[in-house]
Every structure is written in structure tokens, then in C-alpha cells.
Design a protein around this ligand. Structure first.
Ligand code: UTP
Length: 288
């Protein structure tokens, strides 16, 4: 079995749910405390053994690549001012991973974005990471999924149980149990109303996929809005090659949603050394 060495991170979406913040700033650079969301997910990928990240970018997203590049002027200034810890941290971020950018010239859907990375991935398995989904877990969710891929030899989607009245916000699976947390997927439905949902297990933004997914996405017709949906390609993959759902262990935040973004920031800050205690004391003073 070939090792999972590469990650595709689609960041070409317009981020309309978080306007006006995302008008000039890519939503992936909005911070969780002081770390951009994109760095949080790339650290998760690197911890899982990923060596190369393929960012599928769009107009106005150039600053994301800058974040993972050296900034010699800044590093030199920090050195001259004796701010060594800060300089070392910036160098660590620049050297963290090999990053490649591929342009998706029009936002034609998540399936299309993944297809844009085809040549950069080649004939090997890879992980897709959506930076809107921040998952606090140890080991990280990417590592959890890769270990399931290595165990069963089939693609694996991260899944999470959601309330029945929220199924219309997610892709929802149903399948046959393989272990306490893993299912072999039979059905995959995009955003079903509660009455049509085959289960309460939603797909969250981490996927380990074999290269066969590209042929399935090629064969997928655009939907009514002109977008190629990843879910449609995944349904074909499940039917032809088999696909698993894995109920990951960890705490999930949807940071594309304002409340999810605030919860992530609050909880990460409460856990942060040198910040958490003071923040907790401050929160206690608020008459909530
Ligand atoms: P979403 O549709 O949830 O995100 O896409 P969005 O378009 O950025 O945000 P809203 O809905 O307008 O607020 C899920 C992921 O797929 C990427 C997005 O960047 C996000 O990471 N995506 C989506 C692309 O890269 N290209 C696309 O054509 C569509």
C-alpha cells in the first residue's frame, strides 16, 4: 500500500458566510487566537506525516502562500531587535512543509477544486482537508483517518453524529459497521432534510482518498448550480471501490459559522498557557 504523503487543501471558495471580514482577507487566515486557521490544519497534516500540501487557491488568496514563505525583512528585524523566540517561530512556519499552489480559475465546486490537484497528486492516496473544520484532537483527525486507511485499504471520510434537525447542513452517510467507529458506506446523501436522512452521521472536512476518485470526479456532471460536488464523486467511489466512514475522536468547530468561530477562539484561548487563566477570571466577572 502506498503511504499517504500529500494533502489537498481547497481554499478557493469565496467565504460569503463570513463577510465583511472575508472581503479582503482570505477566511483561512482568520486566526484561532493568534494562529491562522490554515496553519492549524497544516500542523495537523504535518503531524500525520504529510510532506507536501497542495493549496487549491483562487483570486485574492495569495497571502496564504506568503504565510508559509520566508519573510527575510521581518526575520532580520526580529533578529536585530533580539526577539529570538518570535524569529525561530516564523522560521519554523516557513520550513514546516512543501507547499504548492494551484489556481482554480472559477469557483466551480469542491469536487472541481479537488480535480484541479490531479496532476500534482499523481497516482497515490492523499488527504483532503477543509480548513473551515477545526478539530481539536490528539492524535489529530488526519492521523486517525490515515491509520484506518492503512488498516482497511479503502478511502475514509471523517464522520460525526449530529442532531437530526441539522442533517440538512451536511453530507450524511449510512453503512454497515466494521468496528466500533468505522462503517462501510452504502449511501451518501448531500444535505438531506431530517425525514430523508439515512442516519445522523455527517461527513466532516477530512477525507483520505485513493487516486481513483479523480476518474469518478471526471465522470461527474455539474449540478443545477454548475458546480461539481465532491459528494457525487464519493458516491461513485463508494459503489465501485468501497469507502469507509470513521467517527473521529475530538472536538469539532465549524469556523465558517460565526458562533463556531467564537467557540473555537474561546476554547483554544482558555487552554493556552499564559492566557487561559486570565481569560477565565475575566469571563467570571461578566454577568452572563
Ligand atoms: P464552502 O462552500 O463551504 O465554502 O466550500 P466557501 O465557498 O468558501 O464559503 P461560503 O459558503 O461562501 O461562506 C467548502 C470548501 O471548499 C472550498 C472552500 O474554499 C472551502 O474550503 N471550495 C469550494 C473551493 O476551493 N472551490 C470551490 O469552487 C468551492
Amino acid at each position: 500500500m502506498r503511504p499517504v504523503r500529500k494533502a489537498v487543501i481547497p481554499v478557493a471558495g469565496l467565504g460569503t458566510r463570513f463577510l465583511p471580514a472575508t472581503k479582503a482577507v482570505p477566511k483561512e487566515l482568520l486566526p484561532i487566537v493568534d494562529v491562522p486557521a490554515i496553519q492549524v490544519v497544516i500542523e495537523e497534516a504535518v503531524a500525520a506525516g504529510i510532506e507536501e500540501v497542495i493549496l487549491v487557491t483562487g483570486r485574492g488568496k495569495g497571502a496564504i502562500m506568503d504565510h508559509f514563505d520566508h519573510s527575510y525583512e521581518l526575520e532580520d528585524t526580529l533578529k536585530r531587535r533580539g526577539k529570538h523566540a518570535e524569529r525561530i517561530e516564523l522560521e519554523r512556519i516557513s520550513d514546516m512543509v512543501r507547499a504548492v499552489a494551484i489556481r482554480q480559475k472559477a469557483a466551480l465546486g469542491l469536487g472541481h477544486a479537488v480535480l484541479c490537484a490531479r496532476a500534482a497528486i499523481g497516482d497515490e492516496p492523499f488527504v483532503v482537508i477543509l480548513p473551515d473544520d477545526i478539530i481539536d484532537a490528539d492524535p489529530g483527525v488526519t492521523a486517525q483517518l490515515i491509520s484506518q486507511y492503512e488498516r482497511y485499504g479503502a478511502g475514509v471520510l471523517a464522520t460525526m453524529e449530529v442532531p437530526l434537525d441539522k442533517t440538512s447542513m451536511y453530507g450524511v452517510i449510512s453503512g454497515a459497521p466494521m468496528s466500533e467507529r468505522a462503517w462501510r458506506i452504502n449511501t451518501l446523501v448531500e444535505k438531506p432534510e431530517p425525514d430523508d436522512a439515512p442516519s445522523c452521521f455527517a461527513v466532516i472536512g477530512r477525507y483520505v482518498l485513493p487516486p481513483e476518485i479523480f476518474a469518478h470526479l471526471e465522470a461527474t456532471e455539474p449540478d443545477d448550480s454548475g458546480e461539481i460536488q465532491l459528494t457525487d464523486g464519493l458516491r461513485r467511489l463508494a459503489a465501485d471501490d468501497g469507502l469507509l466512514g470513521y467517527e473521529f475522536e475530538g472536538r469539532h468547530y465549524d469556523i465558517a459559522d460565526r458562533l463556531g468561530f467564537l467557540k473555537a477562539n474561546l476554547e483554544y484561548a482558555l487552554k493556552r498557557e499564559g492566557l487561559g487563566t486570565e481569560l477565565r477570571d475575566y469571563l467570571r466577572t461578566l454577568s452572563l
